[in-house]
Design a protein around this ligand. Structure first.
Ligand code: AHR
Length: 502
């Protein structure tokens, strides 16, 4: 019997407006993300500031609204002052998180310049590992105060007359992790985060702050860490962070593609924890979620163990992604869409070379990894209102999950453009899924395009020489009397675009 799924999509079944910042990303001073990725002054494609234009073009293709910077683990021992002022006077430092040499040839001002060129806002992180309130309040004065004070005038001397007006700030990074320089208990972190938040908001009360949540769901302190942190910081912060990476080390794709069941549970747990503290505090304020590190990360683990310490920009965390990774990335993005009411920011970690959708060769090409495509698709067509589809799908059990629907889906309605997009994944590894989708509330809509990402080899990868995995627009779907009939081949990713006057 053929595999069949049904869904109903109605314009009144609204979850929430999608905050476009869920299509954010992350650049850390790690490996070749900055040096050799974003910045390579000797590259033939470098612009007048040393930024690679080929990389900027690819970033713009994804349309990334916000980029977290400068770390990551790196920020916990970072002196922001090292990265500003004349480049020739900037110190070289031991970078402790990744055990490399940091030349500081790129710092805050260069990164703000680069972000403008790719049309992104900066989400800035402060060091709450080795430093604290004083460095953070000076840093925000340097970035956001117009002038007439020590730090703001220093920025002006450095050639930046206008303040950067950075709106979103992270209070440290993964402070629950014992690997973090300056790791803290939840009590220690909660106190420090609160006092830092107060000082930063005194300098600039327009900012939004993200408190550190747990580094992943396996942390022994999860979710008590979130509860304790929010007990301290609830009134002073706006978001709590979530981080999660997935891998397929035991090569069980059915289980791997079900990992978003775990992601869904993670998001539910953090929402419940935020709302528990809200209730305890009798607060009217709601804390939202910033999922500011997520991706697949495991392919490069072995190679990273062989890298010698203390070199400049070594090839660290250079995962080469395969086709099944792209399927999981699509599923992760759909999970965020279904939580659009509380997940307001999310950052794919990272953007260039380091566990990234964009890869480069030093002095050579830049290309799209497999995961580039679902990320670019959802960023392009996932803006508007997230709708709650009513889904009926056959299910399977995998090693770690039960009742996993073969059909994974999310729907976004752009009322202004009169467009509806159905994102869908067929998790079945050997059978097509016939999908019947009732869209009768969208009168007069037709199918504009049906994009598909599929490949017969789940392990197929893209390289500088060959793009083996890339989408096509020959998806099989028809619409009659407001009902779509589509065929989703085994293990495939779909973007079915409807428009009023298609
Ligand atoms: O993105 C790579 C690393 O993963 C980040 O530096 C850290 O925050 C996380 O553990």
């Amino acid at each position: 019997m053929a595999l069949k799924a049904k869904m109903i999509v109605d314009k009144d079944f609204k979850i929430a407006d999608v905050d476009e910042r869920i299509y954010g990303s992350f650049i850390e001073h790690l490996g070749r993300a900055v040096y050799g990725g974003v910045y390579e002054p000797d590259h033939p494609q470098a612009d007048e500031n040393g930024f690679r234009q080929d990389v900027m073009e690819l970033v713009k293709e994804i349309n990334v609204p916000i980029i977290r910077y400068p770390g990551g683990n790196m920020v916990s021992a970072y002196n922001w002052e090292d990265g500003v002022g004349p480049k020739s006077e900037r110190p070289k430092r031991l970078e402790l998180a990744w055990r490399t040499i940091e030349t500081n040839q790129v710092g805050t001002n260069e990164f703000v310049d680069w972000s403008k060129k790719v049309n992104a806002e900066v989400m800035m992180a402060v060091n709450l590992g080795t430093r604290g309130i004083d460095a953070a309040r000076n840093f925000i004065e340097y970035c956001n105060h117009p002038g007439g004070t020590y730090w703001s005038d220093l920025r002006r001397q450095h050639g930046y007359e206008q303040p950067h007006n950075i709106k979103t700030w992270c209070l440290g990074n993964e402070m629950d992790g014992p690997w973090q320089v300056g790791h803290k208990t939840a009590e220690e972190y909660g106190r420090l985060a609160l006092e830092t938040a107060k000082a930063m908001k005194l300098v600039d009360d327009r900012i939004e702050l993200v408190a550190c949540g747990s580094s992943n769901t396996d942390m022994p302190t999860f979710p008590q860490w979130e509860a304790t942190t929010l007990e301290h910081t609830y009134d002073a912060v706006d978001y709590i962070s979530l981080h999660q990476y997935y891998g397929n080390r035991d090569d069980d794709t059915a289980n791997y593609l079900a990992r978003t069941m775990d992601l869904d549970h993670f998001i539910h747990t953090v929402i419940s924890t935020c709302d528990y503290i809200k209730a305890k505090k009798r607060s009217k304020k709601t804390i939202n979620l910033s999922f500011d590190e997520w991706n697949v990360w495991y392919h490069s683990n072995e190679a990273d163990r062989r890298i010698e310490p203390w070199s400049v920009a070594p090839p660290q965390l250079e995962d080469v992604y395969n086709f099944e990774d792209a399927l999981l990335v699509g599923s992760i993005l759909m999970t965020f869409l279904r939580h659009a009411d509380r997940v307001k920011m999310a950052c794919m970690a990272q953007l260039v070379n380091v566990i990234a959708p964009i890869m480069t060769e030093n002095g050579g090409a830049a290309w799209k990894q497999t995961i580039f495509y679902p990320y670019a698709h959802v960023s392009a067509y996932g803006r508007g209102t997230s709708l709650q589809p009513v889904v009926s799908s056959p299910k399977y059990d995998s090693k770690a999950f039960t009742d996993v629907p073969y059909l994974d889906t999310a729907v976004v309605y752009d009322e202004e453009k009169e467009e509806v997009t159905i994102f869908a994944l067929n998790r079945h590894l050997s059978e097509d899924l016939s999908l019947q989708c009732d869209v009768r509330s969208f009168e007069g809509y037709g199918i504009r395009e049906h994009i598909v990402l599929e490949h017969e080899d789940l392990k197929a990868v893209n390289t500088a020489q060959e793009q083996r995995v890339q989408p096509h627009t020959k998806g099989k779907s028809t619409i009659r009397d407001g009902v779509i009939e589509a065929v989703l081949p085994q293990a495939s990713w779909h973007v079915i675009r409807l428009a009023k006057h298609a």
